[in-house]
Unconditional design. Structure first.
Length: 300
């Protein structure tokens, strides 16, 4: 089965319909060393595993909130969760000796779901920023910027720093929404026409809007745009270099204590062992945003 994005050129796409989760309901309870996240044997670390709170590991799993419409980071393939975040999340589970139960959800409902204890952890390409850190802890694991995608040849002459009067699509709840708000204020403040912003619930819907020529461009995280360009077989291209680079963070409840230290320690162990690099290489991401140190935000 094709990844969700590869379907955008067809008459029916996984993201069409705007259900808030890419029109899919798949989850993936990947046992340590098994499933789509299997990238080799990763040993359990007993010391780190012991730091996971009993009320979280008592059922043998960690429930993970994730918007699976954001390839290559998280998407649905063959009815199961797949992608960079799924592979890395599964490896974290291996280190901690628990299963990772990836639950599909609307992106803008995931952090509230952490607060409501619907999810015990969230891993869905969340950029670390001050607003999010007011309500959650975030553990860094990758670095990505924002990129602009347009139709091949850029027929409308879009530039990331000059989108005034253009039609641009973006996924709801992402940092790119705030970015477009700032750009729009600059446009209208300079007496230029406003950007016509289309916010869609799933990233697959954003991709489809551009390939169907309902908009002239889209903004998304750099690895997502790079993957989209590859998957559309020449329909799209990226314009300019990524900007506003920031780390991705795994989301945990505020004041996560030992749980946060366990997750951070697991990521660092994967980095130091080389397993992290193998996962990045699998998804073609190693050259762009690999980190050498995982950190807890805010710092304890």
């Amino acid at each position: 089965m094709l990844p969700a994005f590869a379907l955008v050129g067809l008459t029916v796409a996984c993201g069409a319909g705007g259900s808030g989760a890419g029109n899919v309901s798949a989850s993936n309870s990947a046992a340590p060393g098994a499933g789509s996240g299997d990238v080799g044997t990763v040993a359990k670390d007993d010391a780190l595993a012991a730091m996971v709170p009993a009320d979280i590991k008592s059922d043998g799993k960690i429930v993970v909130g994730q918007d699976q419409s954001y390839p290559p980071n998280e998407f649905v393939d063959g009815g199961k969760a797949a992608g960079f975040d799924v592979d890395l999340g599964t490896a974290i589970g291996q280190v901690l000796g628990v299963q990772m139960d990836f639950q599909n959800a609307a992106f803008d409902g995931i952090i509230p779901g952490i607060g409501a204890k619907k999810y015990e952890l969230a891993m869905s390409s969340f950029s670390i920023n001050a607003e999010r850190l007011q309500s959650v802890d975030m553990i860094s694991y990758y670095s990505a910027g924002t990129s602009l995608a347009v139709l091949k040849g850029n027929p409308d002459g879009l530039k990331a720093d000059d989108l005034c009067g253009k039609k641009v699509a973006v996924q709801k709840g992402t940092t790119q929404v705030e970015d477009l708000d700032k750009k729009n204020a600059a446009c209208t403040g300079a007496g230029k026409p406003a950007i016509e912003v289309t916010q869609l619930q799933a990233q697959t819907d954003v991709n489809l809007a551009l390939t169907a020529k309902r908009v002239q461009g889209e903004l998304a995280d750099s690895p997502v745009i790079d993957y989209a360009v590859k998957q559309t077989n020449g329909q799209l291209e990226s314009v300019g270099a990524p900007y506003d680079t920031a780390p991705y963070g795994i989301v945990l409840p505020k004041n996560s204590g030992d749980f946060g230290k366990a997750v951070q320690g697991a990521i660092q162990k994967l980095i130091d062992s080389g397993a992290y690099k193998k996962i990045l290489d699998k998804w073609g991401l190693n050259a762009t945003g690999a980190v050498t140190k995982s950190e807890i935000n805010p710092a304890s």
